[in-house]
Design a protein around this ligand. Sequence first.
Ligand code: SF4
Length: 467
Amino acid sequence: MKVTSLHEKCGVFGIYCPGEDVARLTFFALFALQHRGQESAGIATTDGKKIQFYGDMGLVSQVFDENSLGQLTGHIAIGHNRYSTTGSSRRINIQPVLLGNGDNCLAIAHNGNIVNSAHLYHELCEQGYSFHTSTDTEVIGDLILSAPATDWVDRIRYAMRRLQGAYSLTIMTKDALYAIRDPWGVRPLCYGSLNGGFVVASESCALDHLGAKLIREIEPGEILRIDHNGVESFREPIRKRALCIFEFIYFARPDSIMNGQLIYPTRQEMGAQLSIEHPVPADSVMGVPDSATAAGIGYAQKANMPYCEGLLKNRYVGRTFIAPDQRIRDIGVQLKFNPLPQVLKGQRMVVVDDSIVRGTTTPKVMNLLRRAGAKEIHMRVCAPPIKYPCFFGVDMATRKELIAAHKSVEEIRQFIGADSLGYLSLDGLLKSINLPHDSFCTACFTGDYPIPVQLEMDKLALENSAF
Ligand code: SF4
């Protein structure tokens, strides 16, 4: 089991809805959550007697057809879109993961990353558990099954007290659906009502597409049990609220609601703050589509400049940020964007982007814009420089690969080939979101991790010893 590369950023879903075609509704929800993971998709259902599963590598629309959906019968379902690092992008790691047997069985879908999974893995091995995947999701599931309790909520509570890290989970037993969020609330999770039943999803946009009504976001440390008795909530103590701030900057869809706020206007406000912090004389503003479009519009409005589309995006190419290796990222940039010379020729452009991670994509975008005739390019970034890696489920890079970990802003400007470069300050970012500052994890900017990550950092220091 390769425990050092279990980094994921995924979409999870769950539904309890007697009388509905729960597999098909899960398919539509996974389709709405496709932006959270594009490498594999899976659905598990139960009719109260047995749990069935179907999943495969690929996009949701490639994985499922009438035949596979038709076999997934029952009134409860959970689903998962997976993103993973190179080493674990394999069929065996498709989720939901099915574990246990007889009445002691569950299906589990996970978004996040467990910091102490290596320790728990060895402990479970000593108890006789054998592992069939290389995911920490299986560690969570087996920890629940190993709990010294019979009631499922007590078993989940036992696991939550042992787990360190980020996890938003949907879990299905033969007769109930459970939705669980870690005590820090690092990854999002919400639930709503639909036709007398209930749905749970990573983001509220999935509920909108189903016609479900958002009830509320699931609290950090909360367990929801949904069964024939309705919904019941159980709480573990909140450790420290630490929702990933990148959900606001980049990950979540702009039509999702998080911490009670719609993402789209928040991104517009980030652009407005950028224009206050980094003004520049220019002819037009553009956002790098799609995730920086709202911020680009916000910049243009605040700076009183025209907004234009200088790059057209092929929306059917996966995001380069989350492509698992450099070769695919390189091809991705060319396939993904087509510049519009009629818009760019002779223009002084402000180009707003959501983030610069490794710094490998941005110079290619700059080249595309220059070749199309842009006279000046002033890059503005909606996030502060990313200097520290993420241990909570986002595979952004190792510290060695993060360009801002070892280059100054001026060195980065030269490297990407921009005429000027401005990053949004952390204060400006938090001001844009307009929620209490201590609600968020901002560790990739500050190195101040809300959950102890010393073991992981020691491993990383060894890996990067040449750095
Ligand atoms: S370290 Fe960064 S990417 Fe990871 S959870 Fe925290 S804010 Fe999000």
